[in-house]
Ligand binder design. Structure first.
Ligand SMILES: [Zn+2]
Length: 61
């Protein structure tokens, strides 16, 4: 089961809190916004790369 995590819009930390950021108290949202800027995209590009690698591993099975 995949845990749902959220991304703070203020400090860009990942958190499991769906209410607000435990670090800065900023608003959190799902890390997959319908619209995103290039800057935001860059911030979590490394997570997407990791996810892609996992997918490729699964496909090769
Ligand atoms: Zn925050």
């Amino acid at each position: 089961m995949v845990k749902t995590f959220y991304l703070c819009k203020k400090c860009w930390r990942y958190t499991f809190s769906h209410d607000k950021c435990p670090v800065c108290g900023g608003k959190v949202s799902r890390p997959y916004p319908p619209r995103f800027s290039l800057e935001k995209e860059f911030k979590y590009a490394k997570y997407r790369i990791l996810a892609k690698r996992e997918m490729e591993k699964t496909n090769k099975k």
